[in-house]
Design a protein around this ligand. Structure first.
Ligand code: 15L
Length: 273
């Protein structure tokens, strides 16, 4: 979607949670073009509010604070929470309790659409020689993947029961460039991230849709055909980075589960006690 300089932004107020994180910082500057006011939330330092920004720090575990956070919001881009694999308790609080609080707040405040940062780790235990789509059974690769699987189920329930729409984005590896061989398949550029979030916010009807967040890479494990209705058309590719990634990692150890499964290093983390 292209916004002409003179057209009014499509949203009055958008909420971005996790705004101080890696992807949050990228979307903070990019989402401003699509709303009159961008409300930013995180538990980490957000800096100063620029023009048309509102700072609203809140812990996702705090149900009352989250209800306030969603007041007068048209839609939520929910990146907040723990974003890596680790011990269960912090993930339980931020990702499971926190996402429940977010959907309850959406219900109470009448917010009708959520863009949920899910993760490829919901299906991390599929192998790298399989091409899957989002209709296939979940195979989470750890506590983090399990929490995102819960989030997707929560999204489905809140759509079925209350009509709150969600696009669950199973984000691959969204970084400035792919760091290793795995990321040649999982990489999504920041420009494609913006395209995906904007398509998810503006697609007229989404119900609960699930889509892998990935660029148009030559090597791919994820078929987004079931989510073509969202209108996401990635324009970048990991291919220009292939030679550098191969040079950094000339061989792979096929006996290492991290090299065999789509979730990479996440599949061998833990146990934690
Ligand atoms: C994720 O879900 C993480 O948030 C990110 O830090 C990366 O590790 C990414 O997955 C990945 O799979 O590369």
């Amino acid at each position: 979607m292209t916004i002409a300089a003179t057209s009014p932004p499509p949203f009055k107020r958008l909420l971005l949670t996790g705004a101080a994180g890696g992807l949050g910082r990228e979307l903070r500057r990019r989402l401003k073009a699509y709303c009159a006011v961008l409300r930013l939330s995180d538990i980490a330092e957000l800096g100063d509010a620029a023009q048309s920004e509102e700072l609203a720090p809140a812990a996702l575990e705090n149900a009352a604070a989250v209800i306030e956070l969603l007041a007068d919001v048209d839609a939520v881009v929910h990146l907040g929470g723990v974003s890596v694999e680790g011990p269960f308790q912090p993930i339980l609080q931020a990702n499971i309790v926190g996402t429940y609080n977010l959907y309850e707040a959406a219900r109470k405040q009448g917010v009708k659409r959520v863009i949920f940062a899910s993760s490829n780790h919901v299906t991390g235990f599929y192998r790298q020689d399989e091409v899957i789509d989002a209709t296939m059974p979940m195979r989470p690769d750890g506590h983090y993947g399990l929490s995102k699987a819960f989030g997707e189920n929560l999204a489905q329930f809140y759509f079925d029961r209350y009509g709150i729409e969600t696009v669950s984005l199973r984000i691959g590896s969204s970084f400035a460039e792919p760091a290793d061989r795995r990321m040649l398949a999982t990489w999504m550029s920041y420009d494609d991230l913006e395209r995906l979030v904007v398509a998810s916010l503006t697609a007229p009807v989404v119900g609960h849709s699930v889509i892998y967040g990935v660029s148009d890479n030559a090597t791919t494990w994820w078929d987004n055909t079931p989510a073509r209705h969202i209108g996401y058309r990635p324009q970048d590719s990991s291919e220009p980075f292939r030679a550098a990634a191969m040079a950094r990692q000339p061989t792979i150890d096929q006996t290492n589960p991290a090299a065999l499964y789509q979730g990479g290093g996440f599949v061998t983390k833990g146990p934690y006690e």
